[in-house]
Structures are given as C-alpha cells and as structure tokens.
Ligand binder design. Sequence first.
Ligand code: OAD
Length: 245
Amino acid sequence: MEFPAELIRFLKKADRVSVLTGAGASQESGLRTFRDAQSGLWAQYKPQDLASPEAFASDPKLVWDWYAWRREAIKGVRPNPGHYALVEMENRTPSFTLITQNVDGLHRFAGSRNVLELHGNILRVRCADCGTFAEEWGDDTESVPRCGKCNGLLRPDVVWFGEALPRAELESAVVAARQSQVFFSIGTSGVVQPAAALAHAARNNGSVVVEINAEPTPLTPKADFAFHGKSGEILPELVKAVWGI
Ligand code: OAD
C-alpha cells in the first residue's frame, strides 16, 4: 500500500501519538467480536441479557458462565501483526498512548506498555460488592464463585451496558487525545460513546486524524487520512514505510 508522504512526515516527527482501537484490531487474531460471541448456545440472548448489571442481578450464573466461556476462548488467542506494529510505533514515539475498547488484553500481551483499557479486561475478576480483585476461583462449581474477603459474588472486571467507564482511564484518554499530534482510530465502528468522541477531541485540538478500518465509518469523512482494509496488514506496512522496520 502507498501512504501519502505527508502522513509519513507527520509520523516521523510526531512526539505525541494516541491510538484508539476496537474489536476490529483483534479480528485477525481470530477472536470473535462481541456480537459474534453470542453464537451457538448463547444466540438466544440479547447483549443486555448477558452483559448488564440487571442481568447479573437476576441470573448471575448465566452471566458468569458466558464470561467463563469467553475467557476460555481468549486463552487460545495470540496478538496479530497489527498489535505488534503498534508496539513498534510506541518504541519510536516519545509519548505514545494506546486507548482500547477491547477487553481481551492482547495489546499488553503483544508488549504495548502505555495502555488504557476503557472497557476493562475480561481476564480480571473482581468482587461485585467490595471490588477486591480475585486471583483464583473455581469455574467448575454449580454456583458463581464468591469473594474471599466479603463473600460477595465475583464478576468480570469489564464495563457492562449501563455502567460508567473507569474514570481515571477515561480522563487520561481524553488528555491523550487532546494532546496528540497524530490520532489513530483503528478497527472501531466509532458509534459507541464516549470513545467515539475521542477522535473529535483530537481533531478539535489540531491533531491529524487517521482511520484504519475494514470499511468506512461515520468518522471517515472527518479523518485526514483513511485506509480501508485489515489493520493486521495496514499497520505493519505503515510502520515499515515510516521507520523502515
Ligand atoms: P464494533 O464491532 O462495533 O466494530 C468493529 C469495527 O472493526 C467495524 O467498524 C469493522 O468494520 C472493523 N473491522 C473488522 N475487522 C477489521 C480488521 N481486520 N481490520 C480493521 N478493521 C476491522 O466494535 P467496537 O467499535 O470495538 O462495548 O465496539 C465498541 C464497543 O461496543 C465494544 O467495546 C463493546 C460494544 O458494545 C462494551 O462491551 C462496553
């Protein structure tokens, strides 16, 4: 793929780059997207029936089992070349922030260091009552495992429908977007707020906005550069074009 010389120049001299990723960034790792994850025996449920505080309150075992099933699926998944290209980008950029809506932990697995997980991490488990993180629990029980400290029910440390995003992460993400000189929106449909607003915050503060997505999104007309294709292919090519690696 040919990249505009202007974009290559911007990236070479940029001190501050921020990246927002969504489900598309993990697609080439073979991970099912949130909606695909409702296949087979889970197909009869709406997302709100499996990923909301109300669902957990009315049927905690159902919700726990769905996440246990997704955690197992994630264990066999590895980062793809797009994840590794973002590690290279971080290595070559003085101030680099990776903001992700993905809960799969693949950016850290690949080696990214400055990662803000806006929707939490499915591999982490915490008490629904006191918030204490659990390191161990049994998945083969008849009931939802309980907190060793307060006996509350354990739940995945992810953001559910109707829940607020983690405040510190969101604030840091807004700052990183505003301060960036180049902002990437990668593999995200750009319709879920407030993450979608980050690209606009970047743009309103003078950042160059670059989109990489399999298809056009509502952000495309507003982006300075938009590349349509797979992030696992485009990102390594871009890193090679800019830094020769
Ligand atoms: P979506 O599933 O809404 O969008 C995924 C985007 O990735 C789409 O725009 C696809 O075109 C694009 N895509 C697919 N494969 C790609 C590839 N190989 N390379 C590049 N792009 C690709 O996912 P998100 O935008 O992440 O929230 O959704 C945001 C949030 O909505 C999720 O985090 C989840 C959901 O409700 C919570 O769970 C709180």
